[in-house]
Structures are given as structure tokens and as C-alpha cells.
Design a protein around this ligand. Structure first.
Ligand code: ZN
Length: 154
């Protein structure tokens, strides 16, 4: 195609950094969650989902009806879901036991073609995104990408 490869520094999250930042702070100190979809033109969109967990500061749960609705709407718009997003409002970017239980059932990665992104704050209150992609089950999942969320337009 003759197009230049995107630089390694421009992760997909940079194009929706602002939306992810807003989702994080809108729900803080509770966990936020949602899905990133890719439109046919390549643009990314972030859809928030309501957190139904009993203790929203330490967990997120999404209702099956919401998940179905979101995936059906994405299908109708010809969007491809590419990542689950949730936040650790007062924790680090490591995958929790609960996170890992949501990645796999047995050895089976539950979300083919989808990554999991965790939003978290460092000691200087900068918002980071750590992304885990489909992989073999492990207690220390390999992180595909981790970086400070930096919107393209400041
Ligand atoms: Zn988590």
C-alpha cells in the first residue's frame, strides 16, 4: 500500500484516550467498564457499560443483557469489538484473580479477537492503560502494551 507503519508509540488507545480518561473519572472511585469497537473506517469508539457489581470500588460486573445489547448494536453498525476496558481506581495495573477468571474458562480465552485493557493511576495520578491480549492461561498474564494515556489533541 505504500503507507507508513504507525509508529510504535501510537497505540490504538491514543485515539480514544480522552473518552477512556472521562470514563475513569466519571465513575471514580468506582470501577468503570466498557468495550472498545473498531468501525469500518478504522475509527475507534468506546461504549461504557453500567457496573453492576455489589462492591463497585473493587470489582466490575456487567449484566449479560447489556453485553448482548452492546454486541448486537456493534454488529448492526458493522463495528468489531476489539477490547474490554475496566479500571482499578485505587489499584495497580496488574490483573487480579477476578480479572484472570474473566479472561479464561479452563484454558479457553473467552473473548476471541479481544484484548482486555486496565485503566489505573500511578503515584503521580497519571492514568495508565495496560493491555492483555489472547494468550495461554497464566497467573502472570503477559502485558501487550502499557503506557500513560495521552490524548492526541491536548
Ligand atoms: Zn481488574
Amino acid at each position: 500500500m505504500g503507507e507508513r507503519c504507525p509508529s510504535a508509540a501510537s497505540h490504538w488507545s491514543s485515539s480514544i484516550a480522552e473518552q477512556l480518561d472521562q470514563a475513569f473519572w466519571r465513575t471514580w472511585p468506582q470501577e468503570c467498564c466498557g468495550v472498545v469497537g473498531r468501525r469500518r473506517d478504522g475509527r475507534l469508539v468506546f461504549e461504557s457499560l453500567s457496573n453492576e457489581a455489589a462492591v463497585k470500588e473493587r470489582a466490575f460486573e456487567v449484566s449479560p443483557a447489556d453485553v448482548l445489547r452492546l454486541f448486537r448494536e456493534a454488529e448492526a453498525r458493522e463495528e468489531t469489538p476489539v477490547a474490554w476496558i475496566h479500571s482499578h481506581p485505587s489499584g495497580e495495573g496488574h490483573c487480579s484473580q477476578m480479572d484472570r477468571d474473566g479472561f479464561w474458562v479452563g484454558e479457553h480465552w473467552l473473548w476471541p479477537g479481544m484484548e482486555h485493557g486496565i485503566l489505573w493511576l500511578d503515584a503521580e495520578n497519571r492514568l495508565h492503560l495496560s493491555v492483555v491480549g489472547p494468550q495461554k492461561r497464566s497467573n502472570e498474564p503477559k502485558v501487550n502494551y502499557s503506557g500513560v494515556l495521552t490524548p492526541i489533541s491536548v
